[in-house]
Design a protein around this ligand. Structure first.
Ligand code: DGJ
Length: 370
């Protein structure tokens, strides 16, 4: 090769490298870093959840825009697809906000923590989310429902509601009768909030969905002014609440529930209640979905553990094809520039059957073994 040619190649090499990396997606999980989709754009699916079906993962989350306006729903729920969990393809807006001022999901409302499950019986994709009505702060505390015929949508908004109106809790054995709610005489402030909302339905804010091995689905949400988690059964179509639900740790103020099952045991990781600011994660364990749940402390280890490494739980993702491999998904919120929110995904490890989390700058699915 002529010297001049070699010089030309050497000069151009950095540009080729830069161009090839513009759209490069990650081959590893790098918590809290920018995570690009197939178009080279930071993934926009906050407070999300993942549905796995026939070899494809579907990641749904809040589409945020720039600035603090991004804390309200200006666009809707975004969906991305992936075959390997590293590379994500933009599948567009699954649920769009409405331009009809009469709609519950009019642009400017708040849509948070959307989750999608598939109903085999109706062949519908069912999305539930936390909905706050436009210009009403966080006072509406409603559950929103939308359904679709295809996983990526478009989803049609069906209704919003406060769950389980007029229903009393189910108490799994192990919860002493003395702790059951007495509507005539609520024992404390938390029970009073439950009784206040008994007629109109219970508040629903941070939430997740869980489909058990028997096909029954559960809606798990922060209720009672965020004082108490509710674990509520959905009907066979997954589009209504059956009225059976239990209360988890009344008064303990747990938000951001994420749940998984391993070797017949249920594990739930949530957070305390400090707005957008991070706090220590909370682990709960139970042998039955309704409880009694046992609080097991903070599952995070090492530096940053006291603040969940800057994140807040949103979902626990079972890795397809790997036994007992679960990814903890959390959001590192950026309320002043919502679109810049980051994703903290970490592998869950187990020590004597107890889930643990540790920070990793970079990791791969190999950390779960083969
Ligand atoms: C914490 C919740 O987990 C988020 O989803 C969001 O509702 C913020 N609070 C709002 O402050």
């Amino acid at each position: 090769m002529k010297a001049t040619k070699l010089v030309q190649i050497l000069v151009l090499l950095p540009y080729v490298f830069i161009l090839s990396n513009v759209n490069a997606q990650q081959q590893t999980f790098e918590p809290a870093a920018i995570w690009k989709d197939n178009n080279g754009i930071h993934i926009n699916a906050h407070g999300g959840g993942v549905l796995y079906q026939k070899g494809t993962y579907y990641w749904f989350g809040e589409h945020k825009v720039e600035g603090s306006k991004g804390n309200t729903a200006q666009v809707g729920v975004h969906c991305y697809t992936s075959k390997d969990l590293y590379h994500w393809k933009d599948a567009g807006i699954a649920l769009s906000v409405s331009d009809d001022p009469e709609s519950d999901i009019v642009r400017g409302c708040i849509i948070e923590r959307p989750k999608v499950i598939y109903n085999k019986r109706t062949r519908k994709y069912v999305m539930w989310f936390h909905l706050e009505l436009k210009d009403k702060g966080y006072w509406a505390a409603r559950a929103g429902l939308a359904t679709a015929d295809r996983p990526t949508g478009p989803y049609t908004f069906i209704k919003s509601l406060r769950p389980n109106a007029g229903k009393m809790p189910f108490y799994p054995s192990g919860i002493p009768v003395a702790e059951h709610i007495n509507v005539e005489k609520p024992a404390n402030n938390t029970d009073s909030i439950f009784c206040r909302d008994w007629k109109g339905g219970q508040m629903c804010r941070d939430m997740t969905l869980y489909v058990d091995d028997d096909g029954k689905a559960y809606h798990i949400f922060s209720s009672e002014e965020n004082m108490t988690l509710h674990i509520a059964e959905l009907d066979k179509s997954y589009t209504s609440h059956t009225g059976k639900f239990s209360r988890v740790y009344p008064g303990f103020q747990t938000e951001a529930p994420a749940i998984f099952k391993r070797n017949g045991k249920y594990y739930m990781i949530g957070s305390a209640c400090t707005g957008w600011a991070p706090n220590a994660a909370r682990l709960f364990v139970a042998s039955s979905i309704y409880g009694p749940w046992k609080y097991e402390g903070n599952p995070c280890q090492g530096e940053g553990a006291g603040l969940t490494y800057g994140g807040q739980s949103t979902f626990i993702l079972p890795v397809a094809g790997k036994k007992n491999a679960f990814i903890f998904m959390a959001d590192k919120w950026q309320p002043k520039n919502a679109i810049d929110g980051r994703y903290i995904w970490l592998p869950i490890t187990f020590k004597a059957e107890k889930p643990e989390l540790s920070w990793a700058d970079s990791w791969t699915l190999n950390s779960f073994g083969s």
